[in-house]
Design a protein around this ligand. Structure first.
Ligand SMILES: [Mn+2]
Length: 349
């Protein structure tokens, strides 16, 4: 087995990636690093020196999406969180845990790496000192990614990132349908006096006309709110709101059949906050709420998106410090894999 075959089998999300490996931060990467030669990686963007020089930790943006049908992208911020931080480490941990994923989906028989050109293109070069500047950087990065025709599969990062991503998505596709899976509506006007944060992205999206509000569904909402009916505003915009209570003890396959009808053939964006799942399954997140969805229901939602015109997906709010087992990030990696497996043009073996 060659080095490249070995690493491809070890790191599912790193497949086809022409970047230095040291930045992923595993012992295996560091161990293998001195063995890499330009002969094995003729196209890699190295330093041009005899020995590989990893990119500066100050600038983490790495690869373009040219030639890709779909790409995993990290957006490592938590400066939009209102309480417990840590989501900036989400992409890193999801990548590490993605080493446990294999190439085929035995449940749906999807063969993603035989259907689409897919790669992990690294992280958006965010500014963790300045959330508004970060939003600008995300928007510009996604404009470039979307311009190539690539479908972004984003690893968050806190939920703030959905706002600039959807700005870029709507610029390309017009107002999109949204399947928003979350414990929270994220439609507050302000949180802590600020308009931009992880509790406000979808309010900003509506204000800017980025969403086709009759084609928006929010699934899994629950917990305590700031007002008697926190979700009144969502419903007033025309969103369909499916509380977690409506999901308890049920398969979500029938609901997703309705959602597919609601979405029709227009462009759809899927935004999945890991806190939609019950914290018993996914404790590694900043704002857990009890009595949430099961991983089975999460998978049912994603598999229920098969056939839709998905133009982008994200999995946000994984905060590894709150689950040092890595299992929340592993669940996130699996959900991202499921998203990949329902993208348009997927072949099933
Ligand atoms: Mn959220």
């Amino acid at each position: 087995m060659s080095y490249s075959e070995l690493t491809a089998s070890m790191f599912s999300f790193w497949r086809n990636l022409n970047i230095p490996r040291a930045v992923s931060g595993t012992a295996a990467d560091l161990f293998f690093l001195p063995r890499q030669t330009s002969a094995l990686y003729p196209n890699r963007k190295c330093s041009g020196k005899r020995y590989n020089v990893p990119p500066s930790a100050e600038f983490v943006a790495r690869e373009t999406a040219d030639g890709l049908d779909a790409a995993f992208i990290g957006v490592p911020i938590d400066t939009g969180t209102s309480n417990r931080p840590g989501a900036r480490f989400g992409p890193r941990q999801i990548r590490v845990e993605s080493a446990m994923l294999r190439s085929y989906n035995s449940g749906t028989r999807a063969a993603p790496y035989e259907s689409l050109m897919v790669a992990d293109i690294g992280d958006v070069n965010v500014n963790v000192y300045d959330l508004k500047d970060t939003c600008k950087r995300i928007r510009e990065a996604y404009r470039k990614i979307l311009a190539t025709g690539c479908i972004p599969l984003t690893m968050g990062g806190d939920h703030t990132i959905a706002y600039p991503i959807l700005q870029a998505v709507a610029e390309k596709h017009g107002p999109v349908g949204l399947i928003h899976v979350d414990a929270h509506a994220d439609t507050s006007d302000v949180v802590l006096g600020e308009k931009i944060g992880h509790g406000t992205p979808f309010r900003r999206c509506v204000e800017e006309g980025l969403l086709d509000c009759k084609r928006v569904v929010q699934i899994g909402l629950r917990g305590s709110g700031y007002s008697a009916d926190s979700y009144e505003w969502s419903r007033a915009q025309g969103f369909r709101v499916i509380q977690a209570e409506e999901c308890w003890f049920k398969s979500l396959a029938p609901v997703m059949a309705e959602v597919r009808g609601q979405m029709g053939s227009g462009p759809v964006y899927l935004s999945f906050d890991i806190d939609a799942l019950d914290p018993g399954f996914a404790p590694g997140t900043g704002t857990p709420e009890i009595a949430g969805l099961t991983p089975i229901q999460g998978v049912e939602i994603i598999r229920g998106c098969r056939g839709l015109n998905l133009v982008g997906c994200d999995l946000v709010e994984v905060s590894p410090p709150y689950d040092t087992s890595g299992n929340t990030a592993l669940t996130g990696a699996n959900l991202l894999f499921e998203m990949l497996c329902v993208l348009p043009k997927m072949k099933y073996y």
